[in-house]
Design a protein around this ligand. Structure first.
Ligand code: NDP
Length: 257
């Protein structure tokens, strides 16, 4: 009875930014439980490489080029996927960028708008396009990737634009959840701590940065992509059927202090 709630057989799952990092781990987790995977990534080479890694493990996957900052592109992506697969049951709005390290007083218009365009507007365009389909189809599960940065202000790196964009993702998640709850579409978010991916590799170019991060983390370690993927899997599956509008914090205790 309980194990079945975690199965995703015959479900189609779209993962934006699914070609690498946390997104690719999410694809693998959902595929392992039976979902058919659709990767949407801005870089076709990254999307293709991700798809090939999934296929090498015996999973069913396709990859598509999409820039989540462009609403028309996102609509086209949704129509193509729905046309090809007939349905989409799960959306993981994971694509995001950080561009950390610029003080608020020095941020250019381009910098602010770009980060918010990918992290926040992009999440909404994807939720709107796939959410509309799920509402018409009688249900679905959406998981947005927020961040603990939407709850705290990171140090020592400066990144007001990133922190604000992720707080917006959490609020967007609960507002959409409230609108769609009685029509079968659940919307939740995950707020990770520092995870070892390309995005956080800048720590190696900044002396002492990692020491501050680990000192501020009760578990004194960074996370791995699979530790976020398993939380996303839970929220995408029927095991979390009573949950909507929640941001699940997976932060090694960071927000306890
Ligand atoms: P990565 O940089 O490793 O991967 C991000 C993926 O998103 C890449 O494949 C990237 O494509 C893709 N992407 C970027 N911009 C767009 C766009 N406009 N349209 C479509 N795809 C795009 O990041 P992570 O795996 O570390 O991060 C994944 C998510 O997790 C992000 O939302 C991030 O903010 C969040 N997060 C990450 C944390 C961390 O410590 N790593 C902590 C908390 C949250 P390309 O390869 O071409 O760049």
């Amino acid at each position: 009875m309980y194990a079945n709630k975690f199965r995703l057989d015959n479900r189609v799952a779209v993962v934006t930014g699914g070609g690498r990092g946390i997104g690719l781990a999410i694809c693998e987790a959902l595929a392992e439980f039976g979902a058919e995977i659709v990767i949407g990534d801005i870089d076709p080479a990254v999307g293709r490489a991700g798809r090939q890694k999934l296929e090498a493990k015996g999973y069913k996957a396709t990859d598509h080029e999409v820039d989540v900052t462009k609403p028309d592109d996102v609509e086209r992506f949704a129509q193509t996927v729905i046309g090809r697969h007939g349905r989409v049951d799960i959306l993981v709005a994971n694509a995001g960028i950080a561009r950390s390290g610029t003080a608020a007083e020095d941020v250019t218009d381009e910098h602010w708008l770009h980060v918010n365009d990918v992290n926040y507007n992009g999440v909404f365009w994807c939720n709107r396009a796939f959410g509309r389909h799920m509402l018409a189809n009688g249900g679905g599960a959406i998981v947005n990737i927020g961040s603990m940065s939407g709850i705290i202000s990171n140090r020592p790196q400066k990144q007001t634009y990133y922190n604000a964009s992720k707080a917006a993702v959490h609020q967007l998640t609960s507002s959409l959840a409230a609108e769609w709850a009685d029509r079968g579409v659940r919307v939740n978010a995950v707020a990770p701590t520092y995870i070892e991916t390309e995005m956080t590799s800048y720590r190696n170019d900044n002396d002492g940065m990692i020491d501050v991060w680990l000192r501020d983390t009760p578990m004194h370690r960074m996370g791995q992509p699979d530790e976020i993927a398993s939380v996303v899997h839970f929220l995408a599956s029927d095991a979390s059927s009573l949950m909507t509008g929640t941001t699940v914090v997976a932060d090694a205790g960071f927000t306890c202090w």
